[in-house]
Design a protein around this ligand. Structure first.
Ligand code: FEO
Length: 397
């Protein structure tokens, strides 16, 4: 399926319904993904990005049914990551001299991955490439989310090709933001932001403000994953600005792991206490070893506070929580509060260790969360409920 999306611009990408993990197994893709590639056929013909390597043969085969490959004048590599550059070796095997326009970091990244010295043309912000009556304008976007990332803008059609920014890992044959399930689209967009772009939030704000200051008319944002934003494309831009500025909702997320249900009982009692004290706050509970890690991270991103519970195991915490907190540390969420709780049988280090991990991950930690010896009895459950009530008051908006 190659589809005309506006005038002489075609979507020539791949919808990957099978994908369930991305970045190795760091990112879950419950709804698959797409690798969007675009063909612009003006007086000159330009190809914007390609697809992931496993689909290279299929991609090139379909592409040559749409255009004589030798008629492609320019390849634009907005980003060197393999999900967009993976079909370059197969394509360049057919058209080895075609220039590849990319940033300086892009040329290094692509050379480093494929060890080929293709005809790279390095561009910088503000450089233009004439396609005839229309031009591509290049805008470097370093660290959104790699050093080489770049946008390009097609004059006349008013299309921003934003690569990873504004994307979602969301397989759909319907292509446009106004044709898909809006709840699914929101869920995949915020998950993508929380798990991939959040570390770069200050740069997101700066880059969006820089692009808005150019006052370019904007009819479409063509991302490299998920839908094309054509219905009110500025909506996702506004949404990104909101997410990038220490985003939080009136939500407290309780994340725990448990060996024999004692820590789970504590989590439930704490949740009861929060709800008793504050009928407005949204409370969500997740067992870290039973819930998708990226989904939990998305909920933490939405939260004003997170409460983390673990029994003490081998003088430490359960591995699901250690891994989760390490990943959250890397994402650099800001302006969020936290506390810890847990059970123990003898040494009992878990609460203090969780507090240290939470501080290391950038949370403002309320220390001294409840510790319970063996299974919580009625008195301990009451203490957990009191702790929940106190948290609700302390962490009130
Ligand atoms: Fe979709 Fe950073 O690659």
């Amino acid at each position: 399926m190659n589809v005309r999306i506006k005038n002489n611009v075609y979507w020539v990408g791949k919808v990957d319904w099978e994908l369930r993990h991305f970045h190795g197994s760091e990112y879950s893709t419950h709804r698959g993904s797409t690798y969007n590639s675009y063909l612009i056929r003006e007086q000159k013909t330009a190809l914007v990005d390609t697809v992931w390597a496993p689909y290279a043969k299929e991609y090139v085969g379909k592409l040559e049914k749409t255009v004589d490959l030798k008629k492609i004048d320019y390849i634009i590599a907005n980003h060197g990551e393999v999900d967009h550059s993976g079909a370059l070796p197969a394509l360049m095997h057919r058209i080895p001299d075609t220039p590849i326009y990319c940033t300086a970091a892009g040329a290094k990244s692509i050379k480093g991955q494929y060890h080929r010295d293709w005809n790279f043309k390095v561009v910088k912000t503000g450089d233009r490439l004439s396609l005839g009556s229309k031009e591509l304008v290049f805008i470097e976007a370093p660290m959104l989310h790699w050093p080489d990332s770049m946008f390009c803008y097609l004059t006349g059609d008013n299309i921003l090709f934003s690569n990873d920014a504004f994307g979602q890992h969301y397989a759909t044959e319907r292509l446009y933001n106004d044709l898909v399930d809006q709840a699914e689209l929101y869920a995949e967009s915020i998950k993508y932001y929380a798990n991939i772009l959040a570390p770069f939030s200050p740069l997101v704000v700066k880059k969006i403000e820089e692009v808005l200051a150019l006052n370019l008319p904007l009819d479409m944002i063509c991302t490299s994953h998920g839908v094309i934003w054509r219905d009110d494309p500025a909506r996702i831009v506004r949404q990104y600005l909101e997410w990038a500025k220490n985003y939080r909702e009136n939500q407290i997320t309780i994340v725990y792991d448990t060996m024999w249900d004692a820590t789970r009982a504590m989590a439930g009692a704490i949740a009861d206490g929060v709800r008793e004290a504050d009928g407005e706050v949204v409370v969500k509970l997740y067992n870290a070893s039973k819930t998708d890690r990226n989904d939990i991270i998305t909920e933490v991103f939405r939260s004003k506070a997170v409460l983390v519970g673990s029994p003490t195991v081998n003088r430490g915490v359960m591995s699901s929580l250690a891994g989760l907190l390490e990943e959250i540390r890397g994402l650099g969420f800001k302006d969020k509060k936290a506390a810890a709780f847990g059970t123990y049988g003898w040494s009992g280090e878990s609460v203090k260790m969780l507090e240290d991990m939470l501080k290391h991950a950038g949370f403002e930690v309320r220390e001294g969360g409840p510790r319970v010896l063996w299974n919580p009895d009625g008195e301990a459950i009451g203490r957990c409920r009191d702790f929940g009530r106190q948290i609700a008051a302390d962490f009130a908006p």
